[in-house]
Design a protein around this ligand. Structure first.
Ligand code: FAD
Length: 480
């Protein structure tokens, strides 16, 4: 029997399971998909918000404020890129300037450090390509950018290094109360656990209703994005938001930690919790709206578009509490934005609730907070590159020519705890396929490496979901 089962391997489940792995507990992270971070965590703006936006007094406000400064330590321990580039909320007229001032007031009330209001000239000093229309902005130097999926993968890997089990492709289909805990049905199998933490994202209400009454609902709200080539990555240096107006929050423009440019999202309430399609009308609209920030975005360098689903709660705040009718079953639900920014603080808050239920937890003496560093070949100097190639010739073989990713890096991404099993999982960890050709050239090579390392037939290698086969059979079989 497990002590704690965490349902959902997004950034929230991953942070919680890593925190739990500090203690002497038998824990399991359960995920329905083929990889960690395959839900909302792989498709968002990737911003560690400063924290001026959330309504004062809410969990969103408190946990964003607490979570933001926690990222430096965890990203350093786990070797995950983080950049504190700061954010600007721009105003192009007096009405928008009023809402910028409102945000400033809210930021002060929320306790956000070092925020200030800049005039148009001061904004232009920071951002040479900003629109001439900009008359002022709210500047928040503590805002940062991160790679959410790399962080979730690293957290889960570190938890596994410290003894946690990770179960992918294990959808929780039912939960039964048993004498000393819960029995979780995972398709044809079942596991028993004393305590459950529900981090199932847009499905958190369905999971809660397996053991409790309808305490809350989660509505999916889709946001679409354009991502541009690295050649456009330094047009903007900060995260740039538009001032909120009666028509909404507008779209943002930001560099990514890997040097691309991200433009989006919009906001669209939808019914289908699986619908992460992008649509040409919305993408067109996002491009138009972004012109308020700068007209210099070269959209012809767009490399792809994608969308993510916000888990919008009926309560309008994060729901982090024991379920009303299920002792030892904690919901961590409705984690919409700023969920990523608050994630490390959400994990601590959740574990405090667990401690209240269980009593004190015993810390392990041998918990290791770091993971084996990731080799990013192109970031090494020439001497280190040639030393590495001498030791392992796979680092001398470039597989992805857009991002310059070597075979050694791909093999490493597969052979770690919670390592990659699909083409997209390799892409998320080591970045082959993240460049201009989006895997057009390196995709088949990545499939060969995956098949070889996992001891599978290449026809069994999938792109992402368990039924997303790429090869179905050989052609020209009957020709001599
Ligand atoms: C468009 C958009 C922009 C955003 N921008 C930001 C931002 O810039 N900054 C910020 O702080 N926040 C942002 N957010 C919010 C942030 O992305 C989320 O708060 C965060 O990713 C939520 O993580 P999660 O782990 O709760 O959910 P998820 O990542 O969705 O993880 C839930 C997991 O549960 C799994 N699951 C579901 N049902 C089951 C089941 N039955 N059995 C097993 N597993 C199951 C899913 O497959 C999934 O992997 C944004 C969100 C969106 C959509």
């Amino acid at each position: 029997m497990y002590d704690v089962a965490v349902i959902g391997a997004g950034i929230i489940g991953a942070f919680i399971v890593r925190e739990l792995s500090r203690y002497d507990l038998n824990i399991v992270l359960i995920e329905k998909d083929t990889d960690i971070a395959n839900g909302t965590t792989k498709a968002n703006s990737a911003i560690i918000h400063a924290g001026y936006d959330a309504k004062p007094g809410t969990l969103k406000a408190k946990l964003n404020l607490k979570g933001n400064p926690m990222f430096d330590k965890v990203c350093q321990e786990l070797d995950v890129p983080l950049k504190r580039i700061g954010s600007l909320v721009i105003a192009t007229n007096e009405e928008e300037m009023e809402s910028v001032k409102e945000l400033y007031k809210r930021g002060i009330e929320n306790g956000i450090p070092d925020i200030k209001i800049l005039d148009g000239e001061e904004v232009r000093e920071k951002e040479e390509n900003i629109s001439e229309e900009v008359i002022g902005a709210l500047y928040a130097p503590t805002a940062a950018i991160v790679s959410p999926w790399e962080l979730a993968v690293a957290l889960a890997e570190n938890a596994a290094d410290n003894g946690a089990k990770i179960r992918l492709e294990s959808k929780v289909t039912d939960i039964e109360k048993i004498e000393d805990g819960y029995r979780l049905s995972l398709g044809s199998e079942a596991i028993d656990t004393k305590y459950v933490i529900n981090c199932a994202g847009v499905y958190a209400a369905e999971i809660n209703e397996m053991v409790s009454s309808k305490d809350f609902e989660i509505y999916p709200r889709r946001g679409q994005y354009n991502i541009l080539d690295k050649s456009a990555g330094n047009i903007i240096k900060h995260v740039i938001f538009q001032a909120p107006t009666k028509l909404g929050k507008g779209t943002l423009v930001t560099p990514t930690v890997h040097g691309n440019l991200l433009v989006g999202p919009d906001a669209e309430d939808i019914d289908d919790k699986e619908d992460t399609a992008t649509t040409s009308d919305r993408i067109h609209m996002i491009r138009q709206v972004s012109k308020k920030i700068t007209t210099k975005i070269p959209f012809y360098t767009t490399i792809t578009s994608f969308s993510g689903l916000r888990a919008r709660p009926s309560t309008e705040d994060f729901i982090i509490e024991e379920a009303s009718q299920a002792k030892g079953f904690i919901n961590v639900a409705g984690i919409e934005s700023p969920g990523l920014s608050a994630a490390p603080a959400i994990a601590e808050y959740t574990i405090d609730i667990l401690k209240e239920i269980i009593g004190n937890l015993e810390e392990k003496q041998d918990f290791n907070p770091t993971r084996r560093p990731v080799i990013r070949f192109m970031e090494l100097d020439d001497e280190k590159k040639s030393e590495l190639i001498k030791k392992d010739s796979r680092y001398g073989r470039i597989i992805c020519r857009c991002e310059n990713i070597t075979e050694g890096e791909i093999v490493d991404a597969i052979n770690r705890h919670g390592g990659a099993r699909t083409v997209d999982a390799v892409k998320r960890r080591a970045r082959p396929g993240m460049g201009r050709c989006q895997g057009g050239f390196c995709g088949p090579r990545v499939m060969e490496i995956l098949a070889r390392e996992l001891g599978k037939d290449i026809k069994e290698i999938v792109k992402d979901s368990s039924d997303s086969y790429i090869l179905t059979g050989e052609t020209k079989q009957n020709q001599a």
